[in-house]
Design a protein around this ligand. Structure first.
Ligand code: CTP
Ligand code: MG
Length: 395
């Protein structure tokens, strides 16, 4: 396998890098706020971004002593300064509000943070982002390996710590590659991961909140009592281990290429539009809606053999493959054992005809929706589906 060939596809060229830096320079010039330091952040600053990304993180660091007791104000101060110089600004609500700007072909995220040296001083999780950049920059020699890890995760749909994905954040992959000293070493080690893996200062595990404990615990070298892998789900953790095992067997460039989703021939396809909200919120909501559809299908008696979705933003499709698309028209309901006379009488009152088998009563009721499509359509009207999506319909 030729990693160089993969890197050629995923690594921005010198020209693309220069183009990005030119845009960054323009933006840094435009943001003028007294007592702040404005700098490139995120994967741009860490030299770990992928070719197809057009997102630029800009950190606007405000003086700590001046704002430590009223740090929520820095969002509005930044907003005012941005509005003087840019059009197309959107204020996004997060643990602290930040801004999204459409600028030329890029999406700029301007994030107000407090300028700190000590992670303990953080008033907000984003305050620490600059310290992450500093840490990764100390290990610049791994930047290509980090790109490989990100492309590997992205191609296999396990990239992103947003709740609707539950995968690996860019920062977690950076930490993993640095910890194992390279992409191949990460793969070799992860292939051997067991049920739970703890990496880093194990003494700090006890300080973690239970909600932050999952299959992978990576104690953040920047912030000792944080699990950098807290958002990783069991499913994506297992998937990663499986992928690493497969990759070791048949090293192939295919592992770095995004596959079109293959919809099985008999699948039921649903088209949907998500709510106009921040991507991670809109994503979390549509995932919730379809989880509900799946549970209801299973409760009704359908066997879900597979499902998947494709969603970029706003419009998406979701398919379900069922063992059978129609079920028996009658549903067998269990009644009480016949020795419980009172319960049995009540059961008799409820059903026209009851049957007895092995000392237990049962009855049949008519199924309301005879096939899966009709049943799914009926779910579209329920709040968990309706309220979490903008529109939904069968294809
Ligand atoms: N961050 C974090 N944990 C997360 C998400 C974000 O610590 N779950 C911090 C990291 O410091 C990260 C920064 O926020 O570098 C910016 O987030 P994001 O743009 O999502 O990640 P990048 O590292 O920039 O990676 P990408 O190439 O995907 O943009
Ligand atoms: Mg980024």
């Amino acid at each position: 396998m030729n990693f160089k060939k993969v890197l050629n596809k995923i690594k921005p060229t010198e020209q693309e890098k220069n183009e990005m830096f030119k845009i960054v320079k323009e933006i840094l010039h435009k943001i003028e706020i007294k007592d702040t330091v404005v700098s490139l952040g995120g994967s741009g600053a860490k030299n770990t971004w992928l070719k197809d990304s057009n997102e630029i993180d800009i950190y606007v660091r405000f003086n700590y002593n001046k704002f430590k007791d009223n740090d929520s104000e820095i969002s509005s101060i930044l907003g005012k300064a941005l509005r003087r110089k840019f059009k197309n600004i959107m204020r996004l609500h997060g643990s602290r509000d930040y801004f999204q700007i459409k600028y030329k072909n890029f999406t700029i995220e301007a994030i107000p943070i407090l300028d700190i040296i000590n992670p303990e001083d953080a008033k907000n999780i984003t305050d620490i982002s600059k310290l992450h950049v500093d840490y990764v920059l100390k290990h610049l020699r791994f930047s290509n390996d980090i790109r490989l890890a990100k492309a590997f995760a992205k191609a296999n749909k396990i990239y992103g710590a947003e709740s609707y994905i539950g995968g690996f954040s860019g920062y977690l992959l950076e930490l993993l590659v640095i910890h194992y000293k390279g992409f191949m070493n990460l793969v070799k080690n992860a292939a051997k991961w067991k049920k739970q893996t703890v990496i880093g200062d194990k003494g700090a595990v006890r300080e973690l909140n239970e909600s932050k404990i999952g299959p992978l615990i990576f104690l953040d070298p920047v912030q000792k009592s944080r699990n950098a892998a807290a958002a990783l789900s069991q499913e994506k953790y297992n998937q990663f281990i499986g992928l690493c095992k497969e990759f070791l067997k048949s090293k192939s460039e295919k592992f770095f290429e995004l596959k079109e989703i293959k919809i099985p021939r008999n699948a039921i396809i649903i088209n949907f539009e998500t709510l106009h909200e921040k991507k991670d919120i809109a994503g979390a909501k549509f995932v919730k809606a379809f989880r509900f559809v799946q549970t209801q299908l299973e409760l009704e008696g359908y066997k879900v053999l597979g499902r998947d979705w494709k969603w970029d933003y706003e419009k998406g499709i979701h398919w379900f493959l069922l063992k059978e698309n129609t079920l028996e028209p009658l549903i067998k309901v269990k009644g009480p054992p016949i020795k419980f006379k009172k319960d049995l009488d009540r059961f008799k009152d409820k059903h026209k005809e009851i049957f007895i088998s092995k000392g237990r009563s049962f009855a049949f009721i008519k199924r309301e929706y005879l096939n899966a499509e009709e049943f799914i359509k009926s779910l579209f009207k329920l709040p968990t589906v309706k309220d979490n999506l903008r529109s939904i319909m069968l294809e």
